[in-house]
Structures are given as structure tokens and as C-alpha cells.
Ligand binder design. Structure first.
Ligand code: ADP
Ligand code: MG
Length: 622
């Protein structure tokens, strides 16, 4: 009874180009073809389920909604079957012979260019995102034969087949079962895909969360459930942990977990984990992003760079939004407005979660801060959209916190002194360095809290923030009117007489020349003889510039403030009045010592002879 008419048709030009690339290139990863075919099977199944749910009549209404994969090592074939919506002849021609979307054509053009440039391996992993995933089958198959019957009552069955070389043929089939069965006749070098074990491994990697059972040779291969779609009350801690370990390839427990769903402004289900450890801080290479993007449990993009900002690369998890249309794949995700909206909502929610954790369990948050604080800092410095929320999460040590204790900007402001003008910070490589330097004196003296900034990124963030909750943020080493002033202490060490101060300071400036912009009497030094203030930024930022430019001779000129009560400064004034040339050497040394205290890098060679002459004078006893 086979009076079958075989109809041969040509692929559209772009598809011919694509197939040429798919068949004749080296690939970086061939396994992805299976994800594409399973995702198509899942799509077709999902559509069937929807049609049934919305009351449509379908063929074989009782077929199980499952996906079946069978391998045959003898015949060298791999077969993928679904009980989805199937295709009519017209749909076959339209879906597997033409490209309707400009994005797909664009993608193919890019691939063709990459090949011309002679890239050693073509990365076809985006093929699914550009709506041409089906053709990836030809990476591993020398012939693809597809049997299909549409769900529409009375539909005929069809066989579609091609070796990918430019034509395909369609003929009628005797099959009666609804859905699609794809038989791949494997290429000589792709025989391993005829082994069930290999197929299971790939499924575990790419398709574990497909919402329908995927059976390989009769055995269910996707055991991990799409737990993010369940209610939080239905999931045990153990299940969460197992899921985390699975997606993060981790051995340890997650540190935090956030599972939420929302309907407005976007429909989202998200399950995010902060890992147990941050390996980046131990010098391991920079992490890749770890949030997978799903649409209705079907993986759209692994480790999506579009769905979370770069600083969130330490987060592992899943974001699922049914609002992503199945054809999201036809645009680049990075440019998709919906995806960036999802990104914004999820990031905002994650930051709110961290803020809540910080309030509910500060001790645990502190541990988080120690492990993952670098990412929050990076975010605060680079992510302008979420800057406010990120800044709230920052923590600092201060002169009023114990070693290792940290406070937020918020609690700093809460306990500010009534007449305090600003939020102050001091930078230095460690607590010891900061506390032995001259900048803290006035704050210690007045009982004002100062935040410690140990890293350049801290300086950068605070410097760029300018203010928090209406309070200015001021670096203690910066020339600012908002720095506190010392009270004049009655009866204590006398200062240089007022009428001598102007000529003394003028002389000081003249002696130092262009090394300083100004020499003035300090209102904030208590014990130290002098301090340099930078006219912009902090010293550690200046030091970084020096390091970058390898220009250590070039210490930027700042303001020198001298303590007119200090015996050293008073002594220099006396020498000046006596016209002793040693006064100039001492003045130079005061400046350079103050610069060293500020953490700036000086060329020590010029200092050596001067230090010897100062020493000589100090040890001379006559
Ligand atoms: P995409 O899945 O992004 O649309 P593909 O190249 O993977 O792109 O598939 C092209 C089209 O072929 C699909 O949109 C679908 O209409 C049809 N198709 C592919 N596989 C199946 C299947 N198993 N069942 C029904 N239709 C399918
Ligand atoms: Mg597809």
C-alpha cells in the first residue's frame, strides 16, 4: 500500500549556509545538540499540555507527557521521541526549512564570518538562542529522519528527512501516534552518542530541570526536580541543599538561600544561593556567573550574564520567568529589555534579602561580609542602578569598634555626635598603621568616630559617595572645612607666638618650594609635629597612582600643616631666627616624614644624607 510520493525541497539559503557550517566546522562543544532537541521536545509537550488544559480536542489524549530517548549501538542511532503537538506538512516546511526571524539570519552571518576568520573552533552553543537549535542535530548526525503527527484531529503523519546537504524530503508515513520522533544516524566520529551512559551524562548537565520525565532506554534520567517552582513549604532543607550542591558543583552547604516568587511587576520564580565559600578570595580565578535562566523550567541560558550583574557572580541559582516567550531565543538576551527588567527586579530583591539578613542575624551577616564583602564593594563601586542598596550593606571597622568588629554607615550616622559635621574616614593598610598615624589624633581627642578604610576600593566608594543620609563624607587626610578642630588648651605647652607665626610659615613654604602648595598652622594636631593634607582624594589613591605610573619621585604636592605647639616645630623656628642653615634641613625632613606617615612612596635616596646630618647633630654631645 505504499504509493508514497516523496517530495524533495530545498532549504532556504540561510539554512543551507548554516548547515554548511554545522556540518563542516570544528566545534567547541557538540553535546549541546541534545539540549536543543530535548528542549524542542519539551516545548512541543508544553504546548500540548497547554492546548489540553485550555480545552482543545487532541489526538491520543491519554499519551503520557514524557520524552523518550533510545540509543542503538548496533544501528548507530539515537532516537528522541515526544508526545507533543507534532507538525502538519505545512508546519514541517515552515519550521524546518525556512527562517522567519532576522535574528537567526544575523546569527548565521556572524557564524559565517567567524569561520572565514579561521576561528579554530566554532561555538555553536548559542544556536538555540537564535531559533535554529534544531539544525545542531547535524553536528552529530549524517542523516536526520523525523516522524511526526500533529495533535489536530484527523491529521496525517509525515516523514521528514535530510542529510543536511541542501535538500530535505517529505513523504507520508503510516504512523498513527501523535508527536514527533527524531532518529539521528550518527556520524562515524559521533558514535559515543549511541551510548546510553553518555546521553545520561549530557542530560544531567543540560536538561536536568526539564519539567517532563526524560527516559533514556526506559530509565528516567532527569531525577532532579524543578524545585524552584514548588512552594517553599513543600521543600525540605535537605532538598534545597542537594539542589544547591548539584547546580553549584559544590560539596559544602550553601551560606544563604533565597527562594521567592513574584507576580508583579514581573512573574518570576527564583532560587538563589550564596555559596558556602568564596574561592575567589583565596586567589582562585575569577568566578563565572552562576545563575541559570529558565523559562517554564526549560533552560534558556546557563550561567547567564544577562540575568545578574557582574558583581553578583558569586551567586548560584535559577531564575525562571514564564514571561520570557519561548522565542526569547531569537534575540540576544543581553539586549533584551525584558531580561534586563528581570535582572533589575532580581538584583533588587537579593539586596533586600541581604539587608534583612544583616538585621535579623548580624553575626551571620558579619561572616558573610568577611567572605563575600569584596563583591558588595565591587558592586557599590560599579553598579549605579543599585548603589544605594549596596552602600547600606557595606561594613567598616572604626576607632570605636573593636578589632574585627564592623559597623554600617547607617549605625555610624545613628551614633554621630550632635554637633558632628560629617562622616569621617581614614585610610591605611591596617588598624595599626591608621592608629599610629597623625590623622586620628583630633578624632581620638574629641571622641569622634572614624571609619577605617583598608582598601583602595573603600576609599573609592566613600570618596564617590560624597554623602550618606544627608551627611557629608570626609576623608581625615583631605583638606576640608568640615574636619573637627582641636580646642585650645589653657596653660599647656605654649605655641609659637602669634606675631612670629606668619614669618615662620612663609619661610617654611619658601624652603619647601614646589613640594607643597601651602604651609599653615594646624588646628587639628595634638601630638604630632606635622601632617600633610591632600587637596583631592586620599593618600592611598595617590599612592595607587604612583604605583601605576611607577613614578615614585613624584609625590603630589599637598598642604603641610604644622603643629605650632610641637617642640620640634618650635625648635625649627628658633633655628630660623638664629639663621642656622640646619633649620632648612629639619623643615625638609618634617615634610618627608609627614609624607611617609601619609603612606606616600618617597624616593629614599635623597633623604639618606640629610638623615645622617640630622643624626650627627643629635649624637654630638659637646
Ligand atoms: P526554536 O526551538 O527556537 O523555535 P528550532 O530550530 O529548535 O528553533 O526549532 C524550529 C521549530 O521546529 C520549532 O519552533 C518548532 O515549531 C519545530 N519543532 C522542532 N522540534 C519539534 C518537536 N519535537 N515537536 C514539534 N515541533 C518541533
Ligand atoms: Mg529549539
Amino acid at each position: 500500500m505504499t504509493n508514497n510520493h516523496v517530495e524533495t525541497r530545498e532549504f532556504q539559503t540561510e539554512i543551507r549556509q548554516l548547515l554548511d557550517i554545522v556540518i563542516n566546522s570544528l566545534y567547541t562543544d557538540r553535546d549541546i545538540f541534545l539540549r536543543e532537541l530535548i528542549s524542542n521536545a519539551a516545548d512541543a509537550t508544553e504546548k500540548l499540555r497547554y492546548l489540553k488544559l485550555s480545552g482543545n480536542e487532541v489526538n491520543d489524549p491519554d499519551l503520557p507527557l514524557e520524552i523518550f530517548i533510545n540509543t542503538d549501538e548496533t544501528a548507530n542511532t539515537l532516537t528522541i521521541s515526544d508526545n507533543g503537538i507534532g507538525m502538519t506538512k505545512e508546519e514541517l516546511i515552515e519550521n524546518l526549512g525556512t527562517i522567519a526571524h532576522s535574528g537567526s539570519k544575523e546569527f548565521i552571518r556572524h557564524l559565517a564570518e567567524a569561520r572565514k576568520e579561521g576561528s579554530s573552533g566554532i561555538d555553536l552553543s548559542l544556536i538555540g538562542q537564535f531559533g535554529v537549535g534544531f539544525y545542531s542535530a547535524f553536528m552529530v548526525a549524517e542523516r536526520v529522519t523525523l516522524y511526526t503527527r500533529s495533535y489536530t484531529p484527523g491529521a496525517e503523519s509525515w516523514i521528514w528527512t535530510s542529510d543536511g546537504s541542501g535538500n530535505y524530503s517529505i513523504e507520508k508515513s503510516e504512523e498513527t501516534r501523535r508527536g514527533t520522533r527524531i532518529v539521528l544516524s550518527l556520524k562515524e566520529d559521533a558514535k559515543s552518542y549511541g551510548k546510553g551512559e553518555d546521553i545520561k551524562r549530557i542530560i544531567k548537565q543540560y536538561s536536568s530541570f526539564v519539567p517532563y520525565p526524560v527516559n533514556v532506554n526506559g530509565e528516567k534520567a532527569n531525577t532532579v526536580e524543578a524545585i524552584w517552582t514548588k512552594n517553599t513549604s513543600q521543600i525540605s532543607d535537605q532538598e534545597y541543599t542537594d539542589f544547591y550542591k548539584y547546580i553549584a558543583n559544590a560539596f559544602e552547604e550553601p551560606f544563604y538561600r533565597l527562594h521567592f516568587s513574584s507576580d508583579a511587576p514581573l512573574s518570576i520564580k527564583a532560587l538563589l544561593f550564596v555559596p558556602g565559600e568564596n574561592y575567589e578570595r583565596f586567589g582562585f580565578s575569577r568566578m563565572e556567573r552562576g545563575v541559570n535562566l529558565f523559562c517554564k523550567k526549560v533552560l534558556i541560558q546557563e550561567k547567564s550574564e544577562a540575568i545578574v550583574p557582574e558583581w553578583m557572580r558569586f551567586v548560584r541559582g535559577v531564575i525562571d520567568s514564564e514571561e520570557l516567550p519561548l522565542n526569547i531565543s531569537r534575540e540576544t538576551l543581553q539586549d533584551n529589555a525584558l531580561v534586563s527588567k528581570l535582572n533589575k527586579v532580581v538584583t533588587g530583591r537579593f539586596l533586600k534579602f541581604l539587608d534583612e539578613q544583616a538585621k535579623d542575624d548580624p553575626a551571620k551577616y558579619k561572616e558573610f561580609w568577611e567572605k563575600f564583602g569584596n563583591f558588595i564593594k565591587e558592586g557599590a563601586a560599579t553598579d549605579f542602578v543599585h548603589k544605594d542598596a549596596l552602600v547600606k550593606l557595606l561594613r567598616f571597622e572604626s576607632n570605636q569598634s573593636g578589632q574585627g568588629e564592623v559597623i554600617s554607615l547607617e549605625s555610624y550616622v545613628e551614633r554621630m555626635k550632635e554637633d558632628q559635621k560629617a562622616i569621617y574616614y581614614i585610610s591605611g593598610s591596617s588598624r595599626e598603621v591608621i592608629e599610629s598615624g597623625p590623622y586620628l589624633e583630633i578624632f581620638r581627642d574629641k571622641g569622634i568616630e572614624v571609619l577605617y578604610s583598608y582598601e583602595t576600593v573603600d576609599d573609592y566608594i566613600l570618596d564617590n559617595l560624597h554623602e550618606f543620609k544627608g551627611k557629608k563624607i570626609v576623608a581625615a587626610e583631605q583638606d576640608s572645612e568640615d574636619l573637627p578642630e582641636a580646642d585650645l588648651r589653657q596653660g599647656e605647652d605654649e605655641e609659637i607666638p602669634l606675631e612670629e607665626q606668619k614669618p615662620f610659615l612663609d619661610w617654611f613654604k619658601e624652603t619647601l618650594g614646589t613640594k607643597v602648595t601651602e604651609v599653615r598652622s594646624s588646628k587639628r594636631l595634638v601630638d604630632s609635629p606635622a601632617v600633610v593634607l591632600s587637596s583631592y582624594g586620599t593618600h592611598s589613591m595617590q599612592k595607587m597612582m604612583q604605583l601605576m605610573n611607577k613614578d615614585f619621585g613624584n609625590v603630589p604636592a599637598g598642604i603641610l600643616e604644622v603643629n605650632t605647639r610641637s617642640p620640634i616645630i618650635k625648635g625649627i623656628n628658633e633655628l630660623r631666627k638664629a639663621n642656622d642653615p640646619f633649620a632648612a634641613a629639619a623643615a625638609q625632613q618634617v615634610l618627608e616624614t609627614a609624607q611617609i606617615a601619609a603612606g606616600l612612596i618617597l624616593d629614599p635616596r635623597s633623604m639618606v644624607n640629610r638623615l645622617y646630618s640630622i643624626l650627627e647633630r643629635a649624637v654630638t654631645t659637646k
